[in-house]
Design a protein around this ligand. Structure first.
Ligand SMILES: NC(=O)c1ccc[n+]([C@@H]2O[C@H](COP(=O)([O-])OP(=O)(O)OC[C@H]3O[C@@H](n4cnc5c(N)ncnc54)[C@H](O)[C@@H]3O)[C@@H](O)[C@H]2O)c1
Length: 353
């Protein structure tokens, strides 16, 4: 079991990673506890550590990230007189931690939040960093807050039931950290493919640990995405979001950003920011893990116009310029301002089947 503690602005965030780490829940005493969890999960392993929790099961998945569900949950807390010293424990994938995190942040302007991610994507990304959000008007995560959990518990036991497809979606984000921030992680991924895909617990623990450290280090420097540092976590996401939007959100996020990372690395190379060979390194690792690296591998039909329009909605877009996090060489990156029409031009090439 490994522990990481980081101070992010005004909050201390503790992360506990490893099999059996759920026992850390015993630290929560003398408060009301509301467990917001995915209906699809058996959470006996969580409940056994809690005294008299109030259980609130919810649907998971993208459709559940809706304001109406947020208000139902707020009402549940209100009716049970939860106060600011009480706790919400979110148990589920990224959709559940996003929903519960948003509720925790707005109820009484913030009550204690503990994230218990149950998907690999949740453990390496969604449960970390304090961003949460719901969708509105067909735009993902457009309503949300920044709110740090006090504790994140990544217990690998949950991964035993996780389908390989879901593991791969999270791997795309781990590869993103390796390509932009962490060459050792890139090398580790290169050397341990079979162990990763066979869900070797120690190897997955190492991936979750390194991803946690990499993401927390970025968030510590730029929690609110105002200093041009947190944008690195968006590598592959400008084109990735375009693919998601152009397919009517039929293409899973992890697959969309895999193709997005290749496109954006190509743009970085064409514009002279990435060293020669970076695109090959990106392609090689994605191929190793069976992730898509070209738009022709995406099954869903893509509406190019919708995809290109989505680039204008990119949150890094300001006055016809987009701030792009470009890989320069493996484990390094640079912030570059690129005119919107240049990105759209490259995107059109990349996304034409
Ligand atoms: N807040 C952030 O910083 C951040 C970062 C990345 C992604 N996200 C959000 O996360 C969401 C995606 O998260 P996700 O991929 O975890 O999706 P998800 O929550 O929909 O979970 C994916 C699937 O896995 C199932 N599942 C969950 N735990 C399981 C387990 N232990 N065993 C078997 N099945 C299990 C779920 O029921 C669901 O069907 C998106 O909405 C995205 O916007 C947020």
């Amino acid at each position: 079991m490994r522990e990481v503690t980081e101070n992010i602005c005004c909050s201390e965030v503790k992360v506990v990673i490893g099999e059996g780490s759920l026992s850390k829940l015993l630290d929560i005493k003398d408060h009301k506890i509301g467990v917001i969890y995915s209906k699809k999960l058996n959470i006996d392993n969580v409940i056994k550590y809690l005294s008299d929790p109030y259980l609130i099961s919810i649907e998971d998945g993208e459709n559940a990230k809706d304001l109406s569900n947020i208000m139902l949950l707020v009402n549940e807390l209100f009716e049970r007189n939860f106060d600011r010293s009480d706790y919400i424990i979110a148990v589920g994938g990224g959709t559940v931690t996003d929903i519960a995190g948003f509720v925790a942040s707005i109820y009484l302007r913030g009550i204690n939040l503990v994230n218990v991610p149950t998907t690999f994507l949740g453990m390496v990304d969604a449960a970390i960093g304090g961003k949460n959000g719901v969708n509105f008007n067909n735009i993902k995560n457009i309503i949300g807050t920044f709110y740090q959990p006090t504790m994140i518990i990544s217990d690998l036991t949950f991964l035993e039931t996780l389908p390989t497809e879901e593991l791969k979606k999270g791997l795309a984000e781990v590869i993103k950290y390796g390509l932009t921030l962490d060459k050792e992680l890139y090398d580790f991924l290169s050397l341990n493919k079979d162990e990763v895909l066979n869900k070797d617990k120690l190897v997955l623990e190492e991936l979750i640990y390194r991803s946690t450290i990499d993401k927390l280090a970025v968030v510590k420097e730029d929690e609110r995405e105002t200093r041009g540092i947190r944008i690195v976590l968006n590598f592959g996401h400008t084109i990735g979001h375009a693919i998601e939007a152009g397919s009517g959100f039929k293409v899973p996020h992890g697959y969309a950003i895999s193709v997005g990372m290749v496109c954006e690395a190509k743009i970085a190379e064409e514009l002279g920011y990435a060293e020669e060979g970076v695109v090959e390194d990106v392609l090689w690792l994605l191929q190793l893990y069976g992730l898509p690296y070209d738009i022709s591998q995406i099954d869903a039909p893509l509406d190019l116009k919708t995809a290109l329009n989505a680039i204008e909605m990119d949150k890094k877009h300001r006055r016809n310029v987009i701030l792009m996090p470009f890989p320069t060489r493996i484990g390094n990156w640079k912030k570059v301002e690129v005119p919107l029409n240049v990105i759209k031009g490259f995107a059109e090439q990349c996304l034409t089947k």
